[in-house]
Design a protein around this ligand. Structure first.
Ligand SMILES: [Zn+2]
Length: 199
């Protein structure tokens, strides 16, 4: 399920099928990969419930949402969090997201290159032992000694990078919405994935 978060002042909420105002709204800048956004929320809780479960109940539960859509192509919006009663829970969720991002960005690797063919070898720092391996590509021995490595780099892949970026964006967005006293809304993205124009 692809969804979209936004916040607008409470006095500007309208009912579906109207669209929420776009001259006064807050939105996190999330990557277009909705799997990354969904993954960003995995493992985070809101009011003793998994954040993703709350989204599902709000958007696909027995009582359909009734507030205006963020724009054409989106379903009606539901209130995810309302200040001031949800302020502590939302700030805790923001904390959780930042902690998850920090923890998962933490894995570092040491990198070596084969002296002959240039093949790269990366080993997580915690697993580095001084050993000699044979290069997979050319068979030349490569000494995996920390002192001879090319340095440290992050093991993070682009997808996880997008996940962590989403976590930080969402955390900042939740804090800003609560600071302004605006309700946080969520709506389902019902746009059909665009197809290639035929030649
Ligand atoms: Zn080699």
């Amino acid at each position: 399920m692809a969804f979209r978060f936004l916040a607008v002042p409470a006095h500007r909420l309208v009912n579906f099928p109207q669209t929420l105002p776009d001259d006064e709204r807050l939105e996190p800048e999330l990557p277009p990969v909705h799997e990354a956004v969904e993954r960003a929320l995995t493992g985070a809780e809101f009011r003793d419930m998994r954040a993703k479960d709350r989204l599902r109940i709000l958007l696909q539960g027995d009582r359909p949402p009734s507030l205006g859509a963020p724009e054409t192509g989106f379903g009606p919006s539901a209130i995810f969090a309302h200040p001031p009663q949800d302020l502590p829970a939302l700030l805790r969720l923001a904390d959780e997201l930042e902690n998850l991002a920090r923890r998962e960005a933490g894995e570092r690797a040491l990198v070596w290159k084969c002296g002959d063919c240039g093949a790269r070898y990366a080993v997580p720092v915690a697993l580095v032992r001084q050993v000699s391996i044979r290069c997979e590509r050319c068979g030349t021995p490569v000494e995996l000694a920390a002192t001879r490595s090319l340095g440290e780099e992050s093991l993070i892949d682009p997808f996880l990078g997008a996940v962590n970026h989403s976590r930080r964006e969402l955390a900042a967005f939740f804090r800003e919405a609560m600071a302004r006293g605006w309700p946080v809304l969520v709506a389902e993205d019902k746009r059909v994935p665009r197809t290639q124009p035929s030649a």
